[in-house]
Design a protein. Sequence first.
Length: 169
Amino acid sequence: MDFKTLSETRYSVRAYSGEPVTEDQLQYILECARLAPSAVNLQPWKFYVMTSQTDRELLQQCYKRDWLSQAPLYILLTVQHDVEWVRSDGKRHGDIDIAIAAEHICLAAAELGLGSCWVCNFNAQLCHELLKLPETEEPVVLIPIGKAAADLKPSEKKRKDMAEIVVRR
Ligand SMILES: Cc1cc2nc3c(=O)[nH]c(=O)nc-3n(C[C@H](O)[C@H](O)[C@H](O)COP(=O)(O)O)c2cc1C
């Protein structure tokens, strides 16, 4: 699949069949995340793979949506604040790095015919507590992954027109 087709095909999946993600599929997705670029190549991330009922339930407490529980697997991306690059004016770049890795995950999943969804609107503080994460780590993006429910229709791609977003000077 070429990149434009992949970009057109990928959408946020909020209904899952529950079918497990295979180990090969997971390894492929994680390898694509591992290869993501980051500022100064510091790779200030951890990818927590959550498949057990116990861990999935902990995360469901942090983002209470019925559809989330349908996904067989979650990847939680955390930023390592003691590793991320900080520009000389103080701007921290860890969240940007995490965003790139997160989209690598979603695109890799889409290429394999799997659905996924970025989730940032979760209770990150509760997540930090429940998972007993190190002080220096902050949960940033939670990504459920799995086969989309059979009756799910891809949502319409609503995007701004090129003329509105591209500035040529
Ligand atoms: C940074 C970011 C945070 C997001 N957080 C959430 C979220 O908490 N819950 C959710 O259901 N979708 C979330 N989304 C998904 C967006 O709503 C979705 O990507 C957008 O509406 C475009 O739709 P599409 O992905 O189907 O093309 C998030 C996406 C991004 C990039």
